[in-house]
Design a protein around this ligand. Structure first.
Ligand SMILES: NC(=O)c1ccc[n+]([C@@H]2O[C@H](COP(=O)([O-])OP(=O)(O)OC[C@H]3O[C@@H](n4cnc5c(N)ncnc54)[C@H](O)[C@@H]3O)[C@@H](O)[C@H]2O)c1
Length: 371
């Protein structure tokens, strides 16, 4: 197969979809690997390293888009890339389509095979490619929340760790999955008071056993959420219903319960966000203020730590990418039901149930479309 990797063009997105060691594995398996000039430079990988691994370097993205049978990247195609999309092209990347009807329609119209990192599952029903990015975003969420509490950004002026004689700041984590657990761990490290809410009792129990008195676990109800919000300094939004638009548990009226200058870090913004007032922002312009509350809603948080995030991402994508290149998408999907969960659009149909539900489109089982 001819496999390609283009430079990311999203604002301040410094990750890259492949590292030289993995290019070597594709080339060793008999595939051609095309990569755009300087695609990996910000993540620490030079053109020479890719060339030594067997990649062919191209000055322009268009040659790669046009020649490749599969494109491996990090973030979803942006409008300036839509003209490159064509029937049968496989794109293996993060898509987050439930929050992006326009891109979904383009993928369907052009009959692209969209294999979404974020909906591929494993034996335990977890999301193994989303996981490393969620670990990073969860850890970053506290770093960013603490920063924007500072007065010069419009924050309340609270230091999360407090100081002797003055109470600590409080972090409220909504959603106790991978992002939430990593936010908890980092917030405890910062010395904050930490509360986590979820609808899943066993996840709360695990946090209770692991961190004992360092974390307060609270089952998610409307009443409990209102009580917890009243003295919170940083809210971390880390709720997910896979493939679907994020439930809007934080409504505008809830913001009035927070102290002005508190911060919402809505990590879940890539799937629509768990606050009604959230809208995606960029690393260039990461925050805005609504109802006196700072909203940090960067949808590609790990993009700012490209060395760490590229390496952890590619470790998770490598096996599936090589499998698709080696067997073709149909055989790979028929063999691996977890990879099949990643097929969001195929032959002009929505082929993921959660996505179809969120966008109110018809769901078609991808296997039924395969010869
Ligand atoms: N902004 C970014 O750069 C970035 C990076 C990585 C991940 N994310 C996003 O962060 C979000 C969370 O990812 P994750 O890997 O932690 O997911 P996860 O599946 O591990 O965890 C989600 C948690 O939400 C809980 N939940 C679901 N509905 C709930 C509700 N109504 N109330 C309370 N809890 C509820 C689930 O029980 C689960 O514990 C996703 O949208 C993901 O795409 C964003």
């Amino acid at each position: 197969m001819i496999v390609g990797c283009v430079k990311e063009i999203m604002n301040n997105e410094f990750r890259v979809g492949i590292v030289p060691d993995h290019v070597q594995m594709y080339v060793g398996a008999g595939h051609r690997f095309l990569i755009e000039n300087d695609a990996g430079i910000a993540a620490g990988y030079t053109n020479e390293e890719y060339q030594q691994a067997g990649a062919e370097i191209f000055e322009d993205a268009s040659s790669i888009w046009n020649q490749s049978e599969m494109i491996i990247k990090v973030k979803e195609p942006l409008p300036s890339e839509f003209d490159y999309l064509r029937k049968g092209l496989i794109i293996f990347t993060f898509f987050h389509l439930a929050a992006n009807r326009r891109l979904t329609e383009v993928l369907l119209e052009k009959e692209v095979t969209a294999v979404a990192y974020e909906t591929i599952t494993d034996e335990e029903g977890r999301l193994p490619i989303l996981k490393p990015m969620s670990e990073i975003a969860g850890r970053l969420s506290i770093q960013e929340g603490a920063k924007y509490l500072e007065k010069q950004y419009g924050g309340s002026g609270v230091l999360l760790s407090g100081v002797s004689g003055v109470t600590r700041g409080k972090v409220l984590v909504l959603g106790c999955g991978v992002v939430g657990q990593n936010a908890i761990r980092t917030a405890i490290g910062f010395g904050a008071q930490v509360v986590v809410m979820d609808k899943n009792g066993s996840r709360l129990e695990a946090m209770d056993l692991m961190y004992r008195n360092n974390v307060q676990t609270v089952f998610m109800t409307e009443g409990a959420l209102r009580r917890e919000l009243t003295n919170t300094d940083v809210v971390v939004g880390s709720i997910l219903v896979p493939g679907e638009n994020t439930p809007k548990v934080l409504r505008r009226e809830h913001l009035k319960l927070l102290r002005p200058g508190s911060v919402i870090v809505d990590v879940a913004v890539d799937q629509g966000g768990c606050a009604e007032t959230s809208r995606p922002t960029t690393h260039d312009n990461p925050i805005y203020i609504e109802e006196g509350i700072i909203h940090y809603c960067v949808s590609n948080m790990p993009g700012c730590v490209p060395f760490t995030s590229t390496n952890s991402l590619v470790n998770a994508t490598m096996f599936h990418g090589l499998h698709i290149a080696g067997s073709g998408i149909e055989a790979a999907v028929l063999f691996d039901s977890h990879l099949a969960q990643g097929i969001n659009c195929y032959k002009g149909h929505v082929t993921h149930q959660g996505l179809a539900h969120s966008l109110e489109m018809e769901y078609v089982n991808p296997i039924s479309l395969m010869k």
